[in-house]
Design a protein around this ligand. Structure first.
Ligand code: BV8
Length: 258
């Protein structure tokens, strides 16, 4: 991350009217939540998330998949938003319009105080039933390994997390809003995503096609770095607070939305 890159990114954001953040699992890494890239640790070391996060995987072994989500839900409950999440909350008070579009299901952006969050892949904190999608807002038992999903009180089909599994369509409303925001934004801040999962990976390409500037924050280049105007290499928990500070300075020095 060079000072020139940081200054350039700050000027882009300070002059932007509508900013969209597109965040992935790397955003929550510094909250202690492993990304999909990380080898699954501990008891999940032998499982492939792309197998577990599917309807077929759930139907084949509801107990294993339900327990995996219960374990993740518990880790998330013990996690807190990190300085990167808090920097985005500060940024929403500096730029005129800011929406966070996230692939993450952990809810940490909202917990940090981001006011406008679009969850493209659902939420681990919501539960529905497998066959009819009946929402379930009753109490869930505390995590125990080898736990069976409860039956839906309405139709008896097993409960599942209200997340988008591989092979499932993204929620219509969230998708339409995310694509519309990407088409109309002046700047997109792409944070902590490998750019390997579609259609979420298309968002920065949509923004760029419609004239937006794209700024990427990631310790490593991703499959989307080619589409970035500025690549700020580093962990989001360090880069974002410095970037937002630079945006605040640029705004107080007179940069204003075009
Ligand atoms: C769809 C919720 C239409 C669940 C997730 C065959 C059949 C059907 C579809 C497909 C198919 N083949 C391909 C597809 C498309 C498929 C897809 O993209 N597959 C990939 C693997 C090629 N997509 C889908 O299935 C989507 N639906 O296409 O529907 C359809 C329907 C039917 C038939 C045909 C088409 C649904 C995709 C959503 C899946 N659900 N999550 C759960 O979480 O359990 S995806 C999940 O994985 C995450 O939500 C996230 O999106 C993705 C992980 O990606 P990242 O967030 O980028 O995280 P990752 O670990 O990859 O990378 C972390 C990054 O962070 C790295 O770059 C790293 O450098 C960086 N980092 C590390 N530390 C830090 C950091 N960054 C900043 N700071 C740090 N400190």
């Amino acid at each position: 991350m060079t000072p020139e890159g940081m200054e350039r990114a700050a000027r882009i954001l300070a002059g932007a009217h509508r900013v969209v953040v597109s965040s992935g699992a790397g955003m929550s890494k510094e909250s202690g939540i492993p990304t999909f890239r990380d080898a699954m640790d501990g008891l999940w070391a032998n499982y492939d998330p792309q197998q577990l996060a599917t309807e077929a995987g759930f139907r084949a072994d509801p107990r294993r998949v339900w327990t995996w989500y219960a374990w993740r839900r518990e880790r998330i409950a013990q996690a807190s938003p990190n300085p990167g999440h808090h920097a985005l909350v500060r940024l929403q008070d500096i730029v005129p319009r800011l929406t966070v579009v996230t692939q993450n299901i952990d809810g940490l952006h909202a917990r940090a105080g981001s006011a406008d969050v679009v969850e493209l892949h659902g939420s681990i904190h919501r539960v529905k039933c497998l066959d009819r999608g009946h929402p379930f807002d009753g109490p869930l038992p505390p995590y125990a390994d080898d736990q069976d999903p409860q039956p839906c009180p309405i139709c008896d089909s097993p409960l599942r997390p209200d997340v988008v599994w591989f092979g499932e369509m993204l929620p219509k409303q969230a998708t339409e809003r995310a694509w519309s925001l990407a088409e109309r934004c002046d700047a997109m801040l792409l944070i902590g995503t490998s750019g390997t999962v579609w259609p979420a990976a298309e968002l920065p390409l949509v923004a760029r096609r419609h004239g937006a500037r794209v700024i990427e924050v990631n310790p490593e280049p991703s499959e989307l770095t080619h589409a970035a105007d500025v690549f700020l290499q580093g962990p989001s928990g360090e880069v974002l607070p410095a970037l937002v500070e630079a945006v605040a300075r640029a705004r107080s020095a007179g940069a204003s939305p075009r």
